[in-house]
Design a protein around this ligand. Structure first.
Ligand SMILES: C[C@@H](N)C(=O)N[C@H](C)C(=O)O
Ligand SMILES: [Zn+2]
Length: 265
């Protein structure tokens, strides 16, 4: 049933009422997704990277400036702008076209990512932060926790990390006029259960307006992105992919078709 508070969302209000499906099957599927085949003979494998702003898509690379909680620093290996494969960027433009009448747009936070940045986050920054937060955890437990939220870096072209392909994107929703992001219930790059897309679906006993709002906004983003052909990382409300290995594993496609992409700048 549409919410009585749905006014500004216009024709998109209904999407805020449809629950995100339970993510347990997706959690099981993504295990070992880097072993999924990659078909680089597919014509889409040759698509260039494009800067998303060239298609009118808003971008603020979260790793390339220092007002970026929880880091508050420009991260080593970051690049200015958000770059994606042409086909993935075109799908975002189609999502923006659906959002425009409601005064909303996507705000992309990262696309193609260097191996240097992936390695810094996966091997250094995130494990160090988790060691401080959980001094009692073993190194194996820390590594497992990091792996829930960050893909291991590699230069082996058979097993590219999602963002190394230009087919993965981190993003949120914002109002076009005020540029105010919608409330999603956690920081971007949260590394706890709060980041899981269905977190607020399961928290059914909550009576907080904040949680209800996050639940509805995550649903809106989820349905728009999956209807546009993206697959959602089951541990992150902001991470979606198309054409890369996690997408292939989650959608049941026989292979991914975006391999590692050369740096755009
Ligand atoms: C944590 C986040 N920004 C991210 O992109 N995670 C995925 C799984 C990745 O590292 O590819
Ligand atoms: Zn991501």
């Amino acid at each position: 049933m549409p919410s009585p508070f749905s006014g500004p969302f216009a024709h998109l209000a209904d999407l805020r009422e449809i629950p995100i499906p339970p993510q347990a099957p997706a959690h099981a599927l993504v295990r070992g997704y880097r072993e999924t085949p990659l078909d680089l003979t597919d014509s889409r494998a040759a698509e260039p990277l494009v800067e998303v702003t060239s298609l009118g898509i808003a971008a603020a690379n979260h790793y390339a400036h220092d007002r970026n909680p929880p880091y508050y620093a420009v991260m080593p290996g970051s690049i200015p702008g958000v770059w994606l494969r042409e086909g993935a960027a075109a799908r975002l433009a189609a999502v923006n076209a659906r959002l425009a009448d409601a005064g909303l747009e996507l705000l992309t936070l990262d696309g193609w990512r260097s191996t240097a940045l992936q390695a810094h986050m996966h091997d250094v920054w995130v494990p160090n932060a988790l060691r401080q937060r959980f001094p009692g955890k073993s190194e194996a437990e820390i590594a497992r926790e990091v792996g829930l939220y960050w893909a291991a870096p590699t230069v082996d072209p058979r097993y590219p990390a999602p963002h190394a392909t230009g087919g993965a994107v981190d993003l949120t929703l914002r109002w076009i006029d005020s540029r105010e992001p919608l409330w999603m219930g956690s920081l971007f790059d949260e590394t706890s259960g709060l980041a899981h897309p269905d977190h607020f679906e399961r928290a059914s006993d909550t009576v907080a307006f904040s949680d209800e709002e996050a639940r509805r906004n995550r649903r809106l983003l989820h349905h728009l992105m999956t209807e546009a052909g993206f697959a959602q990382n089951p541990t992150e409300w902001w991470h979606y992919g198309h054409g890369e290995l996690m997408w292939a594993r989650l959608t049941g496609a026989p292979a991914g078709f975006y391999g590692m992409a050369d740096p755009p700048v």
